[in-house]
Design a protein around this ligand. Sequence first.
Ligand SMILES: Cc1cc2nc3c(=O)[nH]c(=O)nc-3n(C[C@H](O)[C@H](O)[C@H](O)COP(=O)(O)OP(=O)(O)OC[C@H]3O[C@@H](n4cnc5c(N)ncnc54)[C@H](O)[C@@H]3O)c2cc1C
Length: 394
Amino acid sequence: MRERFDVAILGAGASGLFAARWLEGLSVCLIDSNLEAGKKLRVSGGGRCNFTNEYVGTEHFVGEERFIQEALDRFGPKELLAWLESEGLSYVKVKNHQYFCAKNSQELLAILLRSLQKQSFKKGERIQGITKLPENRFKIMLSKGSIEATLVLVATGGMSYPLLGASGIGYEIAQALGHEVNPLKPALVGLTLQSSESWMKELSGISLPATLKVENHTLQGDMLFAHRGISGPLILDASLFWKKGSIEISFLSDPLRYLKGSKGFISSSLPLPKRFTKALLDALGIMDGPFDSLQSPLQTTLLNALMAYTFAPAGNFGYSKAEVTLGGVSLGEIDPKTMESRLCSGVFWAGEVLDVTGRLGGYNLQWAFSSAYVAAQGIIQKLSSSSSKGIPHG
Ligand SMILES: Cc1cc2nc3c(=O)[nH]c(=O)nc-3n(C[C@H](O)[C@H](O)[C@H](O)COP(=O)(O)OP(=O)(O)OC[C@H]3O[C@@H](n4cnc5c(N)ncnc54)[C@H](O)[C@@H]3O)c2cc1C
């Protein structure tokens, strides 16, 4: 006989595991293609998991503001911190108001895994699709058989890091149910360079603070030169907003104050890594030497490059290196109060599979938890209203 559950949670990542914690007492089956649950969570935040931020608002996300606000109002960072404290997590707040596990992400994962002691976990099972059965149930097709459930929570995440189990199954399920899936793109990812910027590739390993303008956003942070292109927190954030055109990087806001009247060489006068300044001068065709000895047009070229270096990146490092996926299941057909599909009653959504993407700083995990909480409450409400109407479940 086929196994039957109240709820099938598709994906045992951050949002699936978190929802499971709020569904204790129901018969729940989590399914994941990985042999261990929460694989991405374990490596997140460099292994220490930046699970939220002191300040979380809709301005930290790309996505529909009212939808995001609704979930944050129900379960925001304060509620998350209070719950994690009650579960015994020790955490620290570091720069940029980011909260990390005190020791490592395993501490948070262990809390999320507690519900697996009572709930079923089908590990190493690839989800292939779902179909609605006539008797108000769903059949979930797996690589090794199938299960049935009264309700389904799709928490399959995005396309980023296929090595950690990512797949496009959530989007396929959405489209099969008639949902729109907004265009997908790797985000929070390094950017590759055109040949005109190949001088930057020589600087692999150098990191420096900068200000960056992309589309209508001005961002600040550290950028890192890598052998494939440019990366670091500033560039990862910029990748969320970059479409195809130029970006502008300011390495110094007022370089003249270090250069004018200085008898030293330019590379020694500027408060920038010497290797960087020398490579920039080379790329501009300017000889290193005292700034005042340069001809005026070259002075202008150098100052412009330092204050507003403008270029178009070639592309990005791709899903294998992207922390998240921009785009996803359109929010228009999902009820923000319950996360239930408006097109297919009984199917709920949470996490990165939805068209909500956070900036760097703990916002994506906060979204996974906020949306999972709302979905779990929606599921409880749905099951209790159907049992009060005498509809059997499980
Ligand atoms: C390297 C890295 C570091 C990160 N660090 C941070 C951080 O510090 N802070 C932060 O806020 N965010 C961070 N993120 C982003 C964050 O981890 C994700 O946004 C978050 O995990 C999304 O949660 P989710 O539950 O929606 O998806 P996931 O956590 O990706 O879970 C989805 C699950 O579904 C499973 N799955 C997918 N397809 C199938 C299928 N066909 N069959 C069966 N199972 C399937 C996957 O194996 C996976 O376990 C990081 C991401 C990466 C890649």
